[in-house]
Design a protein around this ligand. Structure first.
Ligand code: GAR
Length: 205
């Protein structure tokens, strides 16, 4: 898992998927883009290996991504999960894990990509926003969705109240998406790579 900040989504995954012995899902490594991300402590408390790969320690994004990819590849993950990883990844990284990197974003993409998605939704005045788990691609927040869920925006909502409602959904949706991958229940259509089927062959939805 790649993180940058508080790591509440990492915590949801640790609690729901990593901790239960019979879940069949193990979080093998947490890499943070920042040495003081509180999420690192959550990983350590759960006995998960951690590493820091910071932009400041590299001359450019390409070399940072080479180092990041080396660290991730050494842990041999089946799936790479960006859970609040707030740094753009280049093809150097993504090309090393084709169709195996997913990202969590706090809006119903393609609405409100990039930074401050929740603030963007409030500024726009939308009545519905949401959460997207999608395949990561070089273009930011642009890969095809695996799971999406709507979250209502209520009159009088502010950043704090809407963030709380969105986080609740994130903490369910991201573990659910990882579970689908673990069960082999996510299929990216080879003929049209924007189409993602969920379920088993013959019963894809
Ligand atoms: C989450 O809301 C996630 O959707 C968002 O960062 C937060 C991380 O929270 N990611 C993005 O905005 C990516 N564009 P957490 O550190 O408590 O899991």
């Amino acid at each position: 898992m790649l993180i940058s900040g508080s790591g509440t989504n990492l915590q949801a995954i640790l609690d729901e998927l990593h901790a239960p012995a019979d879940s069949g899902v193990e979080c093998v490594l947490v890499v943070s883009s920042s040495a003081d991300a509180p999420g690192l402590e959550r990983a350590r408390a759960a006995g998960v290996s951690t590493q820091v790969v910071a932009m400041a320690d590299h001359p450019d994004r390409e070399s940072r991504d080479d180092a990041l990819a080396d660290a991730v590849a050494a842990a041999k993950p089946d799936l790479v999960v960006l859970a609040g990883f707030m740094s753009i990844l280049t093809a150097n990284f993504l090309g090393r894990f084709p169709d195996r990197v997913i990202n969590l974003h706090p809006s119903l993409l393609p609405a409100f990509p990039g930074v401050d998605a929740i603030g963007q939704a409030l500024t726009w005045g939308v009545r519905v926003t949401g959460v997207t788990v999608h395949f990561a691609e070089v273009e930011v927040d642009a890969g095809p969705p695996v799971l999406q869920e709507a979250v209502p925006v209520r009159y009088g909502d502010d950043e704090v109240s809407l963030t709380a409602r969105i986080r609740e959904v994130e903490h369910r949706l991201l573990p659910a998406a990882i579970r689908l991958f673990a069960d082999g229940a996510v299929r990216r259509d080879p003929g049209d790579r924007r189409q993602v089927g969920i379920g088993s062959e013959g019963g894809l939805r």
